[in-house]
Structures are given as C-alpha cells and as structure tokens.
Design a binder for this molecule. Structure first.
Ligand code: GLU
Length: 457
C-alpha cells in the first residue's frame, strides 16, 4: 500500500516545536514508507486564518527540512464540504440545533447533577417543523450536529458503542460513542468546524495515515463514524504525546513562545530542533541526528510514550553544540562562504573553531578575530604587556604548523620562567582579545607570524 500522510496546521500563528513534532512524525513516516506528504492548511476559519501565517509555516517547514509534495488550502474547497453536508442531511445524519451556549451549559449542569454523562441529549432532534420555523422567525440560525451511531433504534437511548483502531503510536484504542456528544460540524453562521472538512479531505486525498497529537484521540472516534457515514473506510490513525513547557503547560501557537522562527533566529540548527522534536518523550535517547536520513533511522512512532514530555530549551543548545562540533568542513563550506569565509584557510579555520561554537554565526566572529585582530582591546597588566612583548620576540621562524605553539611556548617558558595559566592567558588575550576560545595551537598557523606580530601590545 502506498502511504499518504498530511500535516494540517491552522494558519493562525507561527508554529512551535510541538507542531514541528507532528509535522516531523508525518514527514519521517512518509520517508520511511516512500510515501507522499500533504501540507493542508486548516483555514476554514477565515476570520482567524492569515495567508502570511501560511507562508511563514511553509518557510519554517522548509527550514526544518520538510518540503511537501502537495499543498492545499481548505478555504478553497468549501463546495466539496457543502456537498458532503448535503449527503449527510439527506441521510438524516445531520440535524439542526438551536440551543445557545448558555442553554447547553445549563443542561450540562443538570445532567451532571443527575449523574448522567455530560453529553448532548439530542433535544433538538425532537423539534417539529413548526418549532424550527418559530426559531427561524425569531432570527435564530441553527448549528448542525452529526448523529453519532450509538443507538440501535432509538437515538434517545444511546448504548455503549465501541470504535476500535490499532493506533500507529499508542497501540489498540477504544472510544465509546455513547460517551461523546454529537459533534457540531457547521456553526450558526454557516462556517465549518474542522471535523468534517478534515474527513472529507482525508477521503478525497487518499490519506492512508492520520498522525496527529493525542489531544485528538476522542475526535478520532467521532471522525471514524463520519468516514463510515460518508461510505469510506477510515485511514489508520496515530496519536503522539504532546510536548509541554518545563512547568507542564501546553505550548501555544498564539503566545509565539518557542516558535521555530525564534529558534532559528537564535541560531539553533534545524536538525537540533528536529532531533529534539522527534526523540523527546520516546524510548529513544535524545541525541543530535545530523540529517533527516539519520533521524528517520532513529524514528519509531511506536516508541513515543503515552504521557506528555517536557521540552527544555536548554537541551536545544546542547544538541546545537553537538551538531556544530561534529560538522565536517564539507557540510559547513557553503554556509562559511556566505559569511565571507573562504579560501585555503577556510578548512583549517573551521576545524579550529567548530568545537567552540554555540551557534554557526559565531564562526563569523572568530573569522574577524583571526583576520583583523581582537575585536576588543585586550586588558593586560603592565607586567603582562612586558611578558607578551618578550614572548613575541621569541617567535620561531615560519613555516608554522600545529606544533609551533608547543615549541614557541616551551622557549618562552624557559626564557621567562612563566608557566601554565600565567603563560598562556596573556598570550590568548593578546592574540584573540578573549579569555577562552579555540586551541591556540590551531589558531597560531592561521594567524601567521605577521598576524601575531601585528597584535604586539
Ligand atoms: N488543525 C488541526 C490541529 O492542528 C489538525 C488536526 C489533524 O491533523 O487532524 O490540531
């Protein structure tokens, strides 16, 4: 069977690492199965959806390494959903309801006080034509509910009706249709909730696997019933655990916190984000995968745990460092060139500095230091200035290589009696303007004798 998955964000804000988890679960699942990945904007809420958010989401996905095979907007497909609504109405499976939110809430409380499940009691199904006409003349507009198949002949006598599926992530799942309310599919103003368009599209687009957050598990019970009502066989489902903040709150799209854009601007590598987004909350230990192929190897949807997982931004930094420290020159070459770092010293430079980088952009700072000298005047005591001057007088002749530092400082030690930190720190400060950084043995050949002498205090 060929696999087709979809990622269905609503373009109402920037996506965050939790959304990235859903997108990547789908993307990696498709890659492992040579399947197709659809990006489907869930934008039937035309009030809140924005094209600029859709564009941002697409850019963020591309940055992450996800390039959809197909992109669709649900807002362009209303006719198709209208047709499905007609079919359901004709089948008597979609019925108009006139309750206000307050009325529903009052009834819910009454049911709870009677120890009945707080589900909708289908009161609107009892309305006759006259009563409906009366509501309409009062100016009330109906919202439409789908009649769940949870009864044998009398809809007012719901019975336990189990829907089962073998979840790709969670294993065997059961939802009792008597425990949920008939879902509203169309609002008073005629707009669609996400439930029906999603099913209609999954059918039309041949989606074979719906992989999404476990906040949709109950929905799935109702949606499977809708698939069947529309004469289709439901796809397979997978519900992954959600990520939360360190303090356990859900990640919210609207808050903008931890959006992919912010992580990107902070210099976090896409594979650091992808690795954490996928491996967190699974039985696989979190490590930095260097490519999507490598991550696909580590990815197993069934290894996700059933409870939510806490996302700690500090972990991203750790993964980021690991990626940079292990990045080969070949991988870095084009990006270095974009920072103006090229030529024969680009490779030794990269190998010298990568182990000290928090972000790739910092390579640009080190390049300036190597090429132009300290970016900030080193603070050296008078005594240290004298020491550095005498050390510079002892510089060996070129050619220089990785052993030059050892030879030179050996000579300096013998001549001045300084050793350890007292010897190398003033030299490091004079050469780089910083008190930490790449190995001086590696930097020295990059600076060259002339470069070192130009730093004479
Ligand atoms: N827009 C929905 C969400 O983000 C999509 C759910 C689904 O994938 O079916 O929760």
């Amino acid at each position: 069977m060929s696999v087709t998955v979809r990622f269905a964000p609503s373009p109402t804000g920037a996506i965050h690492i939790g959304n990235a988890r859903t997108a990547l679960f789908n993307w990696l699942f498709a890659r492992k199965n040579r399947g197709k990945f659809i990006l489907r904007f869930d934008d039937t809420d035309t009030q809140r959806s924005r094209q600029e958010y859709a564009d941002r989401i697409q850019e963020d996905l591309h940055w992450l390494g996800i390039d959809p095979d197909v992109t669709v907007h649900q807002s362009a497909r209303f006719e198709t959903y209208d047709a499905a609504v007609e079919r359901l109405k004709e089948a008597g499976l979609l019925y108009p309801c006139y309750e206000t939110a307050d009325e529903l809430e009052r009834r819910r409380k009454i049911r709870l006080s009677r120890r009945l499940p707080p589900v909708y009691g289908r009161e609107a199904l009892k309305l006759g034509d006259e009563e409906r006409a009366k509501f309409e003349t009062e100016g009330r507009r109906p919202h439409w509910r789908f009649l769940l198949p949870n009864f044998s002949s009398d809809p007012f006598q719901p019975e336990r009706t189990e829907i089962h599926w073998d979840d790709v992530v969670r294993g065997p799942q059961t939802v009792d249709l008597a425990s949920i309310s008939d879902p509203v599919l169309v609002r008073e103003d005629g707009t669609y909730l996400y439930t029906l368009p999603s099913v209609v599209d999954d059918i039309e687009m041949g989606v074979t696997h719906v992989i999404r957050g476990d906040d949709h598990v109950t929905n799935t019970g109702a949606q499977i019933a809708i698939f069947r009502a529309l004469g289709a066989k439901e796809p397979a489902f997978g519900h992954h655990n959600l990520l939360t903040t360190i303090s356990g709150e859900g990640l919210s799209k609207r808050s903008g916190a931890l959006s992919l854009g912010i992580l990107r601007e902070a210099g976090i590598e896409p594979m650091a984000v992808a690795s954490l987004a996928v491996l967190l909350g699974t039985s696989e230990s979190v490590s930095a995968a260097r490519s999507m192929e490598e991550l696909a190897e580590l990815f197993d949807p069934a290894s996700a745990s059933k409870s939510s997982a806490k996302f700690d931004p500090a972990e991203l930094k750790t993964l980021n460092r690991a990626l940079l420290h292990a990045m080969s020159f070949e991988e870095a070459r084009d990006r270095l060139a974009n920072l103006g770092i090229s030529g024969s010293s680009a490779e030794p430079f990269w190998l010298a500095v990568r182990g000290n980088l928090e972000t790739f952009a910092e390579a640009g700072d080190w390049w300036k230091i190597v090429r132009k000298g300290p970016q900030k005047q080193p603070e050296l005591s008078e005594e240290d200035v004298a020491f550095v001057r005498s050390a510079f007088d002892l510089l060996p002749p070129e050619p220089w290589d990785a052993s030059t530092w050892k030879t030179w400082t050996g000579t300096v030690k013998d001549a001045t009696g300084r050793k350890g930190r007292a010897l190398f720190m003033p030299l490091r400060l004079a050469l780089t303007g910083r008190d930490s950084g790449p190995e001086l043995a590696d930097l020295l050949p990059l600076l060259g004798r002339e470069g070192v002498l130009a730093r004479r205090p």
